[in-house]
Each structure stands twice: as structure tokens, then as C-alpha cells.
Write a protein that binds this ligand. Structure first.
Ligand SMILES: [Cu+2]
Length: 750
């Protein structure tokens, strides 16, 4: 059994060997990531196996016993990478930084943005750096022409702008948490915030970490229904791909995770853009079903909060209202590296039901914990939480091993990108929107008091969706990568001066799947070999609230949409497995990003009874007809792994686990967008395909699996117009995007 990281009490010699192996390996990975050596060459030299795993050579793989290790551990116990040094920093010594709220401009078509956003991609030419091939290329990287024009741009013109950059690590001098310091553990937003993982840990080099605007804390966009946002995302990463400190790709594509938007705004994996370019993402934020349900906007439950404390009615099905989203990179074969490097942010969507004001009592507002000062979007008691395990090298610089194809684990727990912080709270209810933003790690969160007792939580939302009814839990379920769990925690039962902790009960030994769910006592005992088990966030109850807590958690929140009258037009199966081995033609777009041979597993997806195939964004694996409902079964092809599968675009309802409706737990009875298969398991779900068209994706959100061929493209076909049938595949280059016909269409796709 190999642990990813060596225990802290490993012998000095063993640690030194592991560090040398890590360094040697990092040199190879760096050369690979920078395009100086191909995967085929690495295989030829015997450095990696054809399945992609690093070859078992001493001094190269930290998992191979060295002379020292074979002596001190009974011969042949594999060693791990050296633990990330903490430089003497203790847990719970830094405040939890609240998210940095991105500025909302209110004049996107008349001055916020230069040039003014356009329905079709802006193909104005600019010089391209020599290192990217020279010549000229378009200023916007979105594919050109009508196929990738913003759908319904004239009908839903942007009313808000958010302008952001992907950029090298730098100090934040414009932090705006949108709450006073008393709600931010005393953090003074006027103080510059260097980019490090704790105020006493080393500052990250510009190319160790690439985040939104190059800064921390992580970013938050606040949006509301029917107030379309234009997100202009600039790529300010180095044009020279060798400037990446060993991992991370300088081309990006930004996925608004489960946005119900047109595919041109979905961050399609093959619609990436280059340094020096921008991409305009149009997020209309509409209720699903708006073209067929409540089209005249008369239902008072389908509404969006206005600035005056009231509601404006909107079309669509209010049972499809969404709340907690995130957005992140979706670059083909590089998603894991780019998200780990910092391309991850959150997006709170506000509605009349979930408006972020706990005081307004209008018969629609659920009055969940938030605050009262503003008509909507109060954050005082509504806290975004981003969980991510990280690792760093001997100098404290962020480190990733891009050849851990089972999945990459970090050994340091961060919350909102700081190492094990504390958060000051009042004696009242809070909402926490917990995002698992890891590469491969699952969490299982519980709350402990000082005696080690579990404190109940009210589970209110799974993924982006408020539950039909809240569920009281003392331990949350295992939370897969990209899943969001919203909970309400009531501190009023405790005293000023008390402390509580978020505790991770889920132990990993590798990136394949959780190894064990520990009891609270086991997790607190400190005996787990996994350094990310145990307490990771400390709540300090510091005062009584100045105003009485008016927030509620109603017994009924958002019942599921009624699908009983909607016929099921198709069923499909998707098996997530390994061993896919279809050679891709040289013309396949997948070859473009990864050099000769394209992506070669070790993972793959088998659709219906077709072949198990590697990923290619040129292949259409499923093409549901526009306006229909289908039932999809997601099957785990093996028992050795867990796969959290994400289907883009519309919320699904889980009908069965392992074939039985009775296997679906209470907390999965709402709507979902990530479906955790569990080892050997299956999930049967139903979803609709409406309102928008284009090409979307379905993939494992263990992003290492996703990047190594566990991804398919599917698309919504509307019978010919306005989309072509099937859609042409975009091939981005710095000089412009061209289109080719899909090079492969699965026999059961249409
Ligand atoms: Cu997976």
C-alpha cells in the first residue's frame, strides 16, 4: 500500500531520497509539460509505462524503495513524496479570508468594456507573439461566426459586466469581501494580501500559482436571475509555455459549472483561448423551461429580487431555481493542472426564493441565513468555503505531480486557499456553501465540539440546488470533486468563547477513491496516515449578534420539477472505465494539445454498447434531440475507483442507485449536476434538453481522470437550425479558430 506522502517521522535518509526522486521526476515532468519531450519519447526511454504511470526506477519514482528504505521498513515498503514543509506554521493561526467579490459593472454595452461586446466573436486582428507563431490573430479567442455567436444575445442583452484576467501570482491590493472586517475575522481589506497559503508561508512565485486576477482570496461573482452577465475573461498568462514552474497550461477555457447557458458560453474543452486574447462569456441566468413553462411570467414563485426589496417576475419553472455554482478552467487534458494552479472561483445565483436577505417576508423568500442590509446578496452570514488539498516543494512553492494518473493528492488542507484557518462567528445561524475544489480528493465533513461530539448540521442544498426539504445530518456524505454542499450551522446553542471545528473524516491512501470513512474519534486521534484527515477549520464564537437572527430554514424549500407528463424519448448508458485504446487519427483535434498520438488513456468512456473510447472533442458521443427528456445510466466500469461524473447544462434527478430507487439517500433526492458512482456502482438519472443548443460535455470530475481520456462530447441537436447537424469542431490556434467536421460520430449518438 503506497501512501502519496511519507509520514513526518520517516527517517532523514528516506526523506532525502524521496526529495531527490521528486526533484528528478519534476525535471522530467517539467520538460513534458513544456512540450520539450513527448509522451512517446518518455515511453521509449522507459521512464513511463504505456499506461502513463511513472516507471518504477529508484531515484526517479518516490514510490520505489531506496537502499535506505529497504533497510528501515522491512524491505520493499514503498516510499512516498516528501511531506510539504510547514515552516513552523501551526494550524488555526490565520483568519479565514472571505471570497473577493468581483466588481459588477452596470453598463456592459456602453462603456464598461472596451471593445464593446458583440454577439459574434470579435475578430479584430492583433500581432501574435513570435513564440506563438507570429503573424496576427483575433483579439477574442471565441470561435468566429454564427455557430459560436451568443444565443439570444439581443433578447437577453448583458446588463452587468465582470472583467477578470487569468494572471500570474501577485499581491492583492484591491480586496473587496463585501462585508465589514467584523464578519471577516478582523481582516482589514486595505492591507495588501500577498499570494501565499498562509501569511507566514513563502510567497508564491508568479508562475507557481495562476488565479483570477492573479490574486487571493478566491473570487466570487454575485448574480441574479434574468440579469444577464457578460464575463470578459482575459488570458494574461505567459506566452512562453516554458514559464509554468512545471505544470499548468497557458491556454484556458472557462466553464460556469452547470450554467444553463448556450454552449458557446459553457467553456467547451476544445474552445480554448491564448495568451493576449480574451473570451466573452454571456451568462443570461434564466430559469430552465422558460420557453415552455410560465412563459408569460405570471407565477409569483418564479422571480428575481429587485433593488427595492421586491420581486420581478420572470419566465420559466421556479422548481429549476439554482443557487451555488462555481467556475473553473476546462482546458482539454490540462484541467487538473490549471484548476490546481488556481483557476477556480465561485458564483452565487440569487433568486426571489434564495435572495440573500433573511428579513424580507413576502411569502416567496425562504429567508436563509445571509444578512439584512441589502435587498439581496448579503454575505455577512452566508459564507463561501472552498476546500482544496495542496502540496509544495522544499521551498514552499506549489507542486503537482502530473503523472499520478489514478489521481493527485495534496498533503496540506486549505480553506479558501489558506492553510487551516479560523473563522470568527456570532451566536446565531450561518450558511456555508462548501465546494470541493480538489483535483482527486473526496471529503467527508462533520462538525466537532471541544469534547469531540458531533454537532448536527442542516443540509439545505446539493450542488447548485436547494433541497425539496432540509436534511439534518451529523456527518455529510462523502463529497466528490466539484460537488457543492450547502449547510446551515447554528452557533446559538454555544457560548461566547466556545470553539467548534470542521473535521474531515475521509481518509485517502491514493487518488483512486476514498480508502475509509473514519469515526469522529478516529479522525481526531491524529493516527491517520493521511495528513488531510482531522480538523481543518476552527470556528471561534466571539459575540452575540447585534440584531436578532431572523433567518429560517423552512421545511419546504424547492420541490422537484414534475416530469410525470414528459415522455422519455431515449435511454443511454455511459460506462466509465479503463483500457480504452482507440488510436486517434493525426487530424484529430485531441492531438493538437498533447502532441503526437493525442490522448491515450488510461481511462475511457463506453457509450451504449459501443467501444470503450479515449477522449476527443472531435467525436460526438450522444446527441439528444432539442426539447426532449432522456434517461441516462452512468456505470462505474470497475470497483477500484470512484468517479464523480459531471453532466453539463441542465439539472438531473437521480432515479436509482444500482438500479433501485430505494438506494437513493435523502440528500440526493433533489436535483444534481455531479453524480458520484461509488466503486462498482451505477446512477440512473433523468434530464431535459431545452432552451439552448450546442456542444456540451460529460466527464469524470476527478480531473486527472478527465484529463486522461474520461470525457465525452455530447450535443443538443435541434433538427437543423440554427445549428448545423452535426456541429463542426473548433480547432483553436493563436492566429484564429478554424472548423472541421466531427471526425467520429458514435453509432448510437443521434
Ligand atoms: Cu474518475
Amino acid at each position: 500500500m503506497s501512501y502519496i506522502f511519507l509520514p513526518k517521522d520517516a527517517s532523514k535518509a528516506r526523506l532525502r531520497d524521496a526529495e531527490n526522486a521528486r526533484k528528478n521526476r519534476a525535471e522530467i515532468l517539467k520538460a513534458f509539460s513544456q512540450g520539450k519531450v513527448t509522451r512517446r519519447e518518455l515511453i521509449k526511454w522507459g521512464l513511463i509505462t504505456s499506461a502513463g504511470a511513472i516507471a518504477p526506477i529508484g531515484g526517479l519514482s518516490p514510490f520505489v524503495p531506496s537502499v535506505h528504505a529497504s533497510g528501515d521498513a522491512g524491505g520493499g515498503i514503498p516510499t512516498g513524496a516528501p511531506p510539504s514543509p510547514l515552516f513552523g506554521v501551526l494550524p488555526f493561526t490565520a483568519p479565514l479570508p472571505r471570497f473577493d467579490v468581483i466588481h459588477r459593472g452596470t453598463n456592459p454595452l456602453g462603456g464598461d468594456l472596451t471593445p464593446i461586446p458583440t454577439a459574434e466573436s470579435n475578430q479584430t486582428q492583433q500581432p501574435v507573439p513570435q513564440i506563438l507563431g507570429g503573424g496576427t490573430g483575433p483579439i477574442e479567442g471565441r470561435p468566429p461566426g454564427p455557430i459560436w455567436a451568443h444565443q439570444q444575445f439581443a433578447k437577453y442583452p448583458p446588463r452587468i459586466s465582470c472583467e477578470v484576467s487569468q494572471a500570474q501570482a501577485q499581491t492583492n491590493t484591491v480586496y473587496n469581501p463585501q462585508v465589514d472586517p467584523q464578519f471577516n475575522s478582523g481582516i482589514d481589506p486595505a492591507q495588501p494580501i500577498p499570494l501565499n497559503f498562509h501569511p507566514q508561508l513563502p510567497v508564491q512565485d508568479p508562475n507557481s500559482v495562476w488565479t483570477f486576477n492573479g490574486t487571493i482570496p478566491p473570487k466570487l461573482i454575485q448574480g441574479r436571475y434574468m440579469e444577464p452577465i457578460l464575463v470578459r475573461h482575459h488570458n494574461k498568462l505567459p506566452a512562453d509555455q516554458s514559464q509554468n514552474n512545471g505544470f499548468g497550461k497557458n491556454t484556458i477555457t472557462t466553464h460556469e459549472h452547470n450554467g444553463h447557458h448556450g454552449a458557446e458560453n459553457d467553456g467547451f474543452t476544445g474552445a480554448f483561448f491564448f495568451p493576449g486574447q480574451f473570451y466573452d462569456y454571456h451568462w443570461p441566468i434564466v430559469l430552465a423551461g422558460l420557453l415552455s413553462i410560465n412563459t408569460d411570467a405570471t407565477d409569483p414563485m418564479a422571480a428575481t429580487p429587485n433593488d427595492a426589496g421586491g420581486n420581478d417576475k420572470i419566465p420559466g419553472d421556479w422548481h429549476e431555481t439554482m443557487s451555488t455554482h462555481w467556475f473553473h478552467d476546462h482546458m482539454f487534458t490540462f484541467t487538473s493542472q490549471n484548476v490546481y494552479k488556481g483557476n477556480a472561483a465561485m458564483f452565487n445565483i440569487y433568486s426571489a426564493l434564495d435572495r440573500g436577505n433573511e428579513e424580507i417576508d413576502d411569502g416567496v423568500n425562504l429567508r436563509l441565513p445571509s444578512g439584512t442590509a441589502k435587498s439581496w446578496g448579503n454575505l455577512e452570514y452566508d459564507v463561501n468555503i472552498m476546500l482544496a488539498d495542496k502540496a509544495w516543494d522544499a521551498n514552499g512553492q506549489l507542486f503537482m505531480d502530473i503523472f499520478q494518473f489514478d489521481g493527485f493528492l495534496g498533503d496540506v488542507m486549505t480553506v479558501n486557499l489558506w492553510y487551516k484557518p479560523y473563522f470568527e462567528v456570532e451566536r446565531r445561524k450561518y450558511r456555508f456553501r462548501i465546494l470541493n475544489a480538489s483535483v482527486s480528493r473526496f471529503f467527508k465533513v462533520a462538525v466537532a465540539d471541544a469534547q469531540g461530539n458531533e454537532v448536527p448540521m442542516i443540509f439545505i442544498a446539493n450542488d447548485g440546488n436547494l433541497m425539496p426539504s432540509p436534511v439534518i445530518l451529523t456527518e455529510l456524505d462523502e463529497q466528490g470533486i466539484a460537488e457543492r454542499y450547502d449547510i446551515v450551522l447554528d452557533f446559538s446553542k454555544f457560548n461566547v468563547g466556545d470553539k467548534l471545528w470542521f473535521v474531515n473524516l475521509c481518509e485517502h491512501q491514493d487518488g483512486k477513491k476514498p480508502a475509509a470513512d473514519l469515526t469522529m474519534a478516529e479522525a481526531l486521534s491524529g493516527t491517520s496516515s493521511d495528513p488531510c484527515v482531522g480538523k481543518f477549520l476552527e470556528f471561534r464564537i466571539v459575540r452575540d449578534p447585534a440584531q436578532p437572527d431572523q433567518s429560517q430554514v423552512p421545511d419546504v424549500m424547492i420541490p422537484n420539477p414534475d416530469l410525470s407528463n414528459i415522455p422519455v424519448s431515449r435511454t443511454r448508458t455511459f460506462e466509465f472505465g479503463s483500457g480504452a485504446a482507440q488510436p486517434l487519427p493525426d487530424s484529430d483535434p485531441a492531438a493538437y494539445t498533447v502532441g503526437e498520438g493525442g490522448v491515450r488513456g488510461p481511462w475511457g468512456v463506453k457509450v451504449d454498447n459501443n467501444q470503450m473510447l479515449n477522449a476527443s472533442w472531435g467525436r460526438i458521443s450522444a446527441a439528444p434531440a432539442y426539447g426532449t427528456r432522456e434517461v441516462w445510466t452512468l456505470q462505474n466500469g470497475g470497483g477500484g475507483w470512484d468517479h464523480p461524473i459531471h453532466i453539463h447544462f441542465e439539472e438531473g434527478q437521480i432515479l436509482a442507485r444500482n438500479g433501485k430507487a430505494s438506494n437513493v439517500p435523502a440528500w440526493e433526492k433533489g436535483r444534481k449536476d455531479v453524480y458520484r458512482l461509488r466503486p462498482g456502482g451505477s446512477v440512473t438519472l433523468t434530464m431535459q434538453f431545452r432552451d439552448w443548443g450546442g456542444m456540451f460535455m460529460e466527464h469524470c470530475h476527478n480531473t486527472v481522470h478527465e484529463d486522461n481520456a474520461m470525457l465525452v462530447r455530447w450535443e443538443i441537436d435541434d433538427g437543423g437550425a440554427p445549428f448545423l447537424r452535426p456541429l463542426p469542431t473548433p480547432i483553436p490556434t493563436p492566429q484564429g479558430v478554424t472548423f472541421v467536421p466531427p471526425d467520429n460520430i458514435e453509432p448510437t449518438a443521434f
